[in-house]
Design a protein around this ligand. Structure first.
Ligand SMILES: Cc1ncc(COP(=O)(O)O)c(C=O)c1O
Length: 396
């Protein structure tokens, strides 16, 4: 695992993950923080209540459990502040609501997580925000899309399902010259492999559901802002009333402690499978930023310290033009890979990607796109399972 790059704290990232956010001697030496279930917090007298003169005032504004997680995430992200919300999707939508107003223009990457597009095309548009999708490969040419009312650029690298790399520092530099906020969904890399705020992003978003929680049993999202944008985020959160529950915050902090070692395994297994797929004649191409053959590889190598375990590949259609049937026969051939949404848990998963909602980037024409989340199993067993899936689809 790479070194932590904070010069004030020269410990390694795994050491940081083990200690971040909570000092056991703040709570009688217990190594994990207390799980505080709360709504009401009592004040000792009316004057203190009037002044809100104590650290905790009401549980929507934080508890010792959610604070331990937020403090840990602040350390990892290098953020001025972090808020917790009930899902990764809510983390993106809350960030967009925090910085956009009626009459604003927002630039959203075309490879954005699909449910965010749904939010933009419905609620955000209904609230009078003009949304424009841009090519994930646009880099600094994004400047041509700026208007006088462009207030926000949303990025996600690599992109959902198709894994395009974005030139985040270049986009952030352009956006800041136009006084626009830059938000980034960094769920794939986590702050261990890419630190958005160090690269010029203002607001770093994480679906904690994935690698931080790590066991496919928790939904949570985090939003971390730099000093300039923290107040607006905190205000929006207070107005909306979204908050993380103590049980989920506890589970995510618990997951963070082991995220480094899990990610190393996701990365190694994922790359081994991706390279194996590259060698097959029934695979058209593998969309994985850490592969040298991938068009965005140079950007990944320049900016990222590692890779998540999720990627896609184009399955050769062979004789058929029925991509859906081909994909279904492939997926039904698995016995170890689960068929299900989400990723970041310990089990490997697969799905057929639907790109029909994209408006800028084209879908592959050579065959169906299959997304794999590579889990923590033994890689030989995963490859044997993939062999079964290829065999099952070969007759279609
Ligand atoms: C990149 C990305 N961001 C956000 C989300 C949303 O996370 P959640 O499932 O917690 O809403 C997902 C879910 O798959 C995702 O892939």
């Amino acid at each position: 695992m790479t070194k932590n790059d904070n010069p004030a704290d020269p410990t390694g990232l795994n050491t940081q993950l083990v200690r971040a956010g909570y000092d056991p001697f703040d709570y009688h030496g217990f190594i994990n923080p207390p799980k505080v279930h709360a709504s009401t917090v009592l004040f000792p007298d009316a004057q203190t209540m009037e002044r809100h003169g104590q650290k905790y005032t009401y549980a929507t504004r934080g508890t010792p459990t959610t604070d331990a997680l937020c403090d840990a995430i602040n350390e990892l992200e290098g953020a001025a502040g972090t808020i917790l919300v009930p899902s990764g999707l809510a983390a993106v939508t809350t960030a967009l609501l925090a910085y956009l107003s009626p009459g604003d223009h927002a630039l959203i990457v075309d490879s954005v997580y699909g449910n965010v597009r749904q939010f933009c095309d419905t609620m955000l548009s209904r609230f009078g925000v003009e949304v424009q999708y841009y090519d994930p490969l646009i880099g600094r040419d994004v400047e041509a899309l700026f208007r006088a009312n462009t207030k926000l650029v949303h990025t996600e690298a690599p992109g959902s399902n198709t894994f395009e790399m974005q030139d985040i520092p270049a986009i952030a530099e352009v956006a800041h010259r136009h006084d626009a906020v830059v938000t980034m969904d960094n769920t794939w890399a986590t702050p261990l492999f890419f630190k958005p705020l160090d690269a010029g992003v203002d607001v770093s978003i994480q679906a904690s559901t994935k690698y931080p929680a790590g066991h496919a049993d928790v939904l949570m999202g985090s939003i971390s802002a730099n000093a300039r944008h923290w107040r607006a985020l905190k205000r929006a959160n207070a107005a909306l009333g979204f908050c993380g529950t103590p049980d989920d915050a506890y589970q995510v902090l618990r997951g963070l402690r082991t995220m480094g070692v899990r990610l190393e395994r996701h990365q190694a297994n994922g790359l081994a499978v991706a390279k194996w797929l590259e060698g097959r004649s029934d695979v058209v191409r593998v969309l994985h930023p850490a592969l040298e053959s991938f068009p965005g590889h140079a950007l990944w190598r320049r900016d990222f310290k590692g890779a998540g375990g999720v990627f896609s590949f184009v399955l050769a259609a062979g004789q058929t033009t029925d991509f859906k049937r081909k994909a279904q026969s492939f997926l039904d051939g698995f016995s170890l890979f689960g068929l299900g949404y989400s990723w970041g848990g310990y089990q490997s998963l697969a799905l057929h990607v639907d790109l029909s909602d994209r408006t800028v980037t084209p879908a592959p024409v050579e065959g169906p796109l299959i997304r794999l989340q590579i889990g923590l199993e033994d890689v030989e067993d995963l490859i044997a399972d993939l062999e079964r899936a290829f065999a099952a689809s070969s007759t279609v």
